[in-house]
Design a protein around this ligand. Sequence first.
Ligand SMILES: *Cc1c(COP(=O)(O)O)cnc(C)c1O
Length: 380
Amino acid sequence: MNKPLISFNRPGIVGRELEYIEQALRTDHRHGGGSFTGRCQAWLEGWLVGGGRAFLTQSCTAALEMAALLTGLKDGDEVIMPSYTFVSTANAFVLRGAVPVFVDIDPATQTICPAAVEQAITPKTRAIVAVHYAGFGCDMDALCAIASRNRLILIEDAAQAIMARKAGRPLGSFGALAAFSFHDSKNISSGEGGALIVNDPKLAERAEILWEKGTNRSQFLRSEVDKYNWMDVGSSFLPSEVTAAFLLAQLEKAEEITAARREIWALYQRELTPFNTIARVPAPASDCHLNGHIYYLVLPDRNRRDAFIAGMRAEGISTPFHYVPLHSSPAGKRFGRAAANLPFTDFAGDGLIRLPLFPALSERDTTTVVNSTIKMLENM
Ligand SMILES: *Cc1c(COP(=O)(O)O)cnc(C)c1O
């Protein structure tokens, strides 16, 4: 192929990653919970401002598994979530014997529809998971009200939402619990990585114990107890200091990374909005402060989506589709159920594609993507 290949994502080195990783390697504390872990957690707590506690984990998947443990689920309890999400959103709760109940999304943003959540509540419902797709904040006012009215635990799957805000407030600071991802595919990356945010102070002490493999080692390290003991269930959730060192360097550049992504996102939105009748552009609420995580278009059907992806591929541009809705996947059918028909979820599953978006995407490549996209849409 003689056309330039424009990849969908390219994780970069943005600051002091190599220096910090070397520092971590040269200390005799390379396991989890050292100074780099502490600095990452302090950074997250500082960003979120709400007084929540941050626990660094090996992935967002691990953070969601901690959240599911903290929710205290019994076999058959129900957890309401969108079907249009990554498998870990559901898997974490299935591992605890709970049933994911899938509801539809708002077609303007692909985020969970509060009215659908309300209709899906049964006597077995224990929790709601709000997934901030593309870093677009879910309708947290409505979801917080539904959760408190029905005494449900609200959990934010904020995997894609670092640095994004809703009504001025950072995403990840609304729910009792929130989970971030620092996977390579996300805005801030340590290869693999994540964090659980515990905003409900009643859950913080137990979170610390689960995080420390079921022991009160953290209390021991603070000299609050004279030996540490096995207190509860738990698992290996901490990343090593090498990972935390990598992450800290990225967090220090979070503003710059986000600004670069937002600029490309805004350019796509400006140039492609005139073609909204052919491919739906995102329509986040005006109180969403975006983080430029994903720029997507929703084509009218699967045939045209496949033709778009193939046509762009022929131009050397990678424009992948996204989730296969969980309610229509083999494990989703086995472990969960759809609360109703999910037409907007099916629509996104069939039609959504994502454009290349990463800070190092050059102006020239961004223009190439826009021009090729417009050419494809005009011929649909
Ligand atoms: C990426 C992602 C996850 C999983 O994150 P990992 O860090 O890879 O475990 C979970 N939920 C959503 C919505 C995601 O986008």
